[in-house]
Write a new protein. Structure first.
Length: 368
């Protein structure tokens, strides 16, 4: 097996694919990247058995010999990253060693047989749709921050993706807060389907896609989801479990509507959080006509107080929240005005864009 390719052409897909590979693994071959040359195409594959990432590169005529091999991913990336711009890389396999030549440098890597490299089993898609990378990124960015991390209820360690007629919805929750985003999909009518993408899969998809109008094709099967663009094919296993019904979590009838400037609120929450309890991160909100008072204190008896002008007329309310959750929502909203829908001190808050309710956020209150 042999191929010659420019450093620039090789490095970006190599870095892309190596992102799916875990550093430390019980199976040594999972630290390797699979290289396959066949009919003028170089295919790079990385996997950790949960997610798989493939990228294809065209090779110039007479610059390759067909074959397949696996080599340590991190070492290959580090070598190629360290090479000078404008250099060609020649990769050749001799016996059990792979040799990389570039300029006057030569590097010999250990290899493992390609036939031992695991690949995700073949599967059939029962839902397929094409979506712009911008729209997919918006669906993920609006909700993924609320995913749980390593909680016992394993089905919360991921993001729910739902299709229904002309709507695509993402939902994430960690049991204390919930984020939901709806996207109107007018290209075609979609079947009703709901799957849970694991946390790593969500973060990888978001790393791979770019904020542009180029399309990707999403395929959903019974146990897998794949995202295919012109530069890569990403596949992830799905989480087997039942995701909570968001309709039961969304507050139905709130009695107090508060609108305010989002950036002003975000900065006030950020400043107040400095003196909040480092463990519980609680802030107290006191709502009255035309203003919101934000207070935070900690075991050292230090206290922060912020007063923000808001658009509100009605009964006074005192309620506590985790300030980190409030700041996360402010960061996720791409708007000038934010709307808080509240009822009483024991009811969850529903937060949304004041002019557009495609994204909704629910935060449970805290006892302070």
């Amino acid at each position: 097996m042999k191929f010659t390719i420019s450093r620039e052409q090789f490095l970006q897909p190599l870095q892309l694919v190596s992102g799916a590979i875990e550093r430390r693994h019980t199976l040594p071959i999972l630290s390797n990247i699979l290289l396959v040359v066949k009919e003028g195409v170089l295919t790079l594959t990385g996997t950790d058995l949960e997610v798989e990432l493939i990228s294809h590169l065209s090779l110039a005529a007479d610059s390759y010999e067909d074959g397949e091999i696996t080599v340590p991913a991190k070492k290959l990336v580090d070598i190629c990253r360290g090479l000078s711009d404008g250099n060609d890389i020649t990769f050749q396999v001799d016996g059990t060693k792979a040799t990389i030549r570039s300029g006057r440098g030569r590097y010999t890597l250990s290899t493992l047989s390609a036939s031992d490299y695991p690949n995700l089993e073949d599967w059939q898609a029962d839902v397929e749709f094409v979506i712009s990378q911008n729209d997919l990124k918006h669906l993920i960015d609006s909700t993924s921050f609320a995913m749980a991390q390593q909680v016992v209820r394993y089905y919360l360690n991921g993001m729910s993706l739902e299709t229904e007629d002309n709507n695509i919805r993402t939902v994430a929750t960690d049991g204390h807060r919930l984020a939901l985003c709806n996207l109107a999909y007018t290209t075609e009518t979609l079947p009703v389907r709901q799957v849970i993408i694991p946390r790593k899969g969500v973060l990888e998809i978001n790393r791979l896609i770019e904020a542009n109008d180029n399309s990707v094709k999403v395929k959903i099967g019974s146990n897998h989801i794949s995202v295919k663009s012109s530069g890569f094919v990403f596949t992830s296993k799905l989480v087997d479990g039942r995701f909570p019904d968001h309709r039961r979590v969304l507050p139905k009838e709130t009695t107090k509507a508060v609108t305010a400037n989002k950036d002003v609120m975000k900065k006030a929450f950020s400043r107040a959080s400095i003196l909040s309890n480092e463990k519980f991160r609680g802030v107290r909100l006191n709502l009255s006509n035309g203003e919101l008072k934000i207070t935070a204190n900690n075991p050292e008896q230090e206290e922060a107080e912020e007063i923000v002008d808001v658009n509100y007329q009605g009964e006074e309310l005192e309620i506590g929240f985790n300030v980190a959750y409030l700041i996360d929502v402010m960061n996720a909203l791409k708007t000038d005005e934010v709307k808080f829908n509240l009822s009483d001190s024991s009811a969850s808050a529903l937060i949304e864009d004041a002019t557009n309710s495609t994204a909704l956020y629910v935060i449970m209150p805290m006892r302070l």
